[in-house]
Ligand binder design. Structure first.
Ligand code: ZN
Length: 240
């Protein structure tokens, strides 16, 4: 029997390119440190205004390669109709059991897009279901140790941020791999201003969260648990 795959971090989001927008720099940084990272997209993106499912699949593969992600898959949950049903929880739980990630990254639970908001409790409850010993899903029961929420697009103060100053350029390149989404196909030569505008927006968001922690660029996260400190002399981020 082949050895069971084991991953350090699994990021789950509703649509292809969500992860790139909210925690791509963090995934890249972890991969650069030798961690095994994975992305699970819940939908295939068939309701997107631009691009086909096939185009988005190719773009997602390319973005994953840029972010040094070891594994990526898209489930078949209908785009625009991500629902927290038992059937969907089982689909996600099967992946969690297969990959056995120690850390699970989910979207923050409040969002304008209902798919983004629903993906959060769906992912959490799937992680719970994945640990139920008597539920037969092929792979043995497993629960991630830590669940954190990527909160870049939520109007909420993060619990912590990850410094991505060294990853910001590559993270931008991963986003731009979604050519069908972010490039203006009808005006080839006017492609540059659109890219420049996206670059400015990405840098502004990452710059804001970086400022909160005294670094150049960062990505924000929320954790529901309190922080645990062992040594008061090694708490990061200057107060005064
Ligand atoms: Zn999305």
């Amino acid at each position: 029997m082949p050895e069971a795959k084991h991953f350090d971090i699994l990021a789950i989001a509703a649509h292809r390119d969500d992860v790139e927008q909210t925690c791509g720099g963090t995934l890249l940084k972890m991969a650069e440190r030798g961690r095994r990272t994975a992305i699970l997209d819940l939908t295939q993106g068939e309701m997107g205004t631009r691009g086909t499912v096939e185009e988005r699949a190719c773009e997602a593969e390319e973005a994953a390669r840029i972010l040094k992600v070891s594994w990526r898959r898209a489930l078949d949950i209908p785009d625009g109709r991500v629902e927290n049903t038992f059937e969907n929880r089982v689909k996600v739980a099967s992946v969690i059991r297969e990959l056995r990630p120690r850390v699970l990254i989910l979207p923050y639970w409040q969002a304008r897009h209902p798919d983004h908001a629903t993906a959060s409790p769906l992912g959490y409850e799937a992680a719970f279901v994945a640990g139920l010993a008597k539920l037969e899903l092929g792979a043995p029961p497993y629960r991630p140790y830590k669940v954190i929420y990527a909160s870049l697009y939520a109007d909420v103060r993060p619990t912590f941020v990850v410094d991505i100053s060294e990853q910001i350029e590559t993270r931008f390149a991963a986003l731009m791999a979604y050519r069908s989404q972010y490039q203006d196909q009808s005006a080839g030569s006017e492609l540059f201003p659109r890219e420049a505008e996206i670059r400015e927006r990405v840098a502004a968001m990452a710059g804001f969260y970086g400022l909160l922690a005294g670094v150049r660029y960062a990505e924000p996260f929320v954790q529901k648990e309190v922080g645990l400190v062992d040594d008061l002399l090694s708490i990061p981020v200057q107060s005064i």
